[in-house]
Ligand binder design. Structure first.
Ligand code: ATP
Ligand code: MG
Length: 236
């Protein structure tokens, strides 16, 4: 069981951002996708979710199901969920309403009450703020709310785009700890991070995007000791 991206080439019109990119997220693991600003991390996630018009070639399999011909909402029904960079909450809706927006997918309806209960258990801060406007939450609380919303569709695979961006170190640690809890539940996690040190601590395996392709990949602990990664991404 895995989310498998094979030979993906994509971009924006004539601009090629990804060339022949392949990576795999096993169902029970946290895998990290790393790379500098503009390397194509968000473009990769959008291509997987069906949000990118210019996917030129490649295949995307979710537990064997080919997603390429499916619309974004059908990919959610197949078990895919993205927590976008910058969170994109609905600021003038309550936290509860934001969570309900995440539960739109039919796949989650039968277990809606259990899903909500679980999500509020792992995010007690979100539970305290259910009736507040999402836009009134702190940055850390908004990130938690966005992840909680992403979990409400009961995904098999969760794509997290820079969940630690702009958060204080203590909040980053909370978010990372929750990602572990999510993975322990059997949800495959693709973690896009600028915080390379944290990501390599959390992930089992990692890929580095450079010059439109996967330049380095390997077990996260090996990458943490790799000279190229240490120099370019860990400032060592
Ligand atoms: N809508 C768009 N139209 C044209 N080019 C785009 C568009 N969105 C992104 N790009 C370009 O595609 C490249 C990859 O961008 P992308 O957002 O995927 O990078 P990223 O790795 O997520 O970067 P960051 O770490 O800053 O979030 C960049 O050169 C960017 O300028
Ligand atoms: Mg990005």
């Amino acid at each position: 069981m895995s989310l498998e991206i094979k030979n993906l080439s994509a971009g924006y019109g004539d601009i090629v951002v990804l060339r022949d990119v392949s990576f795999t997220v096993p169902a029970d693991q946290i895998v990290s996708l790393l790379g500098a600003n503009g390397a194509g991390k968000t473009t990769s996630l959008n291509a997987i979710c069906g949000l990118l018009a210019d996917v030129k070639s490649g295949s995307i399999f979710l537990d064997g199901t080919d997603l390429r011909s499916l619309a974004p909402h059908e990919r959610v029904e197949a078990g895919l969920s993205q927590v976008p960079q910058g969170r994109h909450l609905f600021p003038f809706m309550s936290v509860r309403e934001n969570l309900e927006m995440g539960a739109y997918a039919k796949r989650s309806h039968a277990r809606h009450a259990e899903n909500l209960e679980w999500v509020l258990t792992i995010f007690p801060k979100v539970k305290e703020r259910l009736s507040q406007y999402a836009g009134s939450l702190s940055g850390g609380e908004q990130q938690m709310c966005a992840i909680a919303r992403g979990l409400m569709s009961q995904p098999k695979y969760l794509l997290l785009d820079e969940p630690s961006l702009g958060l204080a170190p203590i909040v980053v640690r909370q978010v990372m700890s929750v990602i572990k809890t999510i993975s322990a539940r059997g949800i495959g996690v693709l973690l896009v991070e600028q915080n390379v040190a944290q990501a390599l601590k959390l992930a089992r395996y990692a890929y580095v995007l450079e010059h439109s392709g996967i330049a380095i990949e390997g077990a996260a602990e090996d990458l943490a000791g790799d000279d190229r990664v240490r120099k370019a991404y860990l400032g060592l």
